[in-house]
Design a protein around this ligand. Structure first.
Ligand SMILES: Nc1nc2c(ncn2[C@@H]2O[C@H](COP(=O)(O)OP(=O)(O)OP(=O)(O)O)[C@@H](O)[C@H]2O)c(=O)[nH]1
Ligand SMILES: [Mg+2]
Length: 304
């Protein structure tokens, strides 16, 4: 079995892939093509629904894709809000309200959420039409485009809206590779698009957030990077959920000692008394991504 033992004391350096400038970049060819097609099709749609991850709603936006949007109506859907730290989420609520952009915090897309998304979208479209042409009747037929980073839940939302498996969903980034029009009802059509990353992630820590959130595949960064980052953050935060889930007695561990402890508790052992770190990383990432490690956010709204 393949495993990689962390060889040295955990440092920021250890999280810098050898030979790189320290930045995580993942921009496969299909994303380049997707951006060009998105820009072409923007003219055809009445509104853009932009999906973000509530655990880091600014870093999971993509300014490049939005560049072409200009005056296009837009509704920001901040998804997976049930997994975010509620105190930080309320700060984001205030921040987005102050930005004066339409947004909704959503998760899991129940019927009420779906109705809200449609009625909010119609309101935004009508407001824009009234501004440019007062007295105009409400537009019945609507075309929407869904945009966002990989794995934010775009295809899941489309399937829920259309009440069928119209487009493929997966628990991994980069599932959707081509655009697809889906009919929601007689009056609404929605375009699914492939998740697109910013071509350069400027801050290394943002790359760690995006890989922990699974917007970047573990195969690109290795599971070690987001897993060790999470352990570092949760030890520093003195997270009670982390302590209880992995039966720590205290927080006074470095990252490697904490990984060894989790390996012991979860029986991640190889022969000759070695720990199977690869399994430990996957356990930590699985627990974080499913919410078992508690409600966690990365970053806070910028201070004006
Ligand atoms: N827990 C939770 N999982 C969600 C939610 N929304 C989406 N997901 C999950 O997120 C994963 C990615 O969903 P997709 O709909 O394939 O994401 P996508 O944005 O289309 O991804 P790409 O096609 O790669 O760009 C799936 O495992 C979904 O079940 C949510 O609100 N809560
Ligand atoms: Mg998709």
């Amino acid at each position: 079995m393949k495993t990689k033992k962390p060889k040295k004391e955990f440092t920021e350096n250890m999280l810098t892939p050898e030979g790189s400038d320290g930045h995580i970049n993942w921009f496969p060819g299909h994303m380049n093509k997707a951006i060009k097609e998105i820009k072409k099709r923007l003219k055809m749609v009445d509104i853009v629904l932009e999906l973000r991850d509530a655990r880091s709603p600014l870093v999971t936006g993509n300014s490049l894709v939005l560049e072409g949007i200009g005056e296009k109506s837009r509704l920001i859907l901040i998804n997976k809000s049930h997994l975010a730290d509620p105190i930080i989420l309320s700060k984001w609520d205030k921040w987005f309200t102050d930005q004066n952009v339409p947004f909704l915090f959503i998760h899991d897309f129940d019927q009420t959420t779906l109705k809200n998304i449609i009625s909010e979208s119609k309101k935004i479209i009508q407001k824009r039409r009234m501004e440019s042409n007062p007295g105009i009747e409400e537009k019945k037929k609507i075309r929407m485009m869904i945009l966002g980073l990989p794995n934010t839940g775009k295809s899941t939302l489309i399937n829920k809206l259309s009440r069928r498996k119209a487009t493929k969903v997966a628990d991994k980034p980069g599932q959707t590779r081509t655009q697809l029009w889906v009919k929601v009802d007689e009056d609404i059509e929605i375009l699914d698009t492939p998740g697109v990353m910013p071509p350069k992630i400027i801050k290394y820590e943002h790359g760690q957030w995006l890989s922990a959130l699974h917007a970047i595949p573990d195969t690109i960064v290795t599971a070690e990077i987001p897993a060790c980052y999470l352990v570092k953050v949760l030890l520093k935060k003195k997270s009670q959920v982390f302590k209880e889930l992995y039966q720590f007695e205290h927080f006074d561990h470095d990252v490697i000692a904490a990984l060894d402890h989790i390996a012991k508790i979860r029986g991640c052992l190889l022969t000759m008394g070695q720990y199977d770190y690869e399994r430990v990383y996957n356990i930590i990432l699985g627990d974080f991504r499913s919410g078992k490690l508690g409600l966690i956010s990365f970053g806070e709204p910028p201070i004006k």
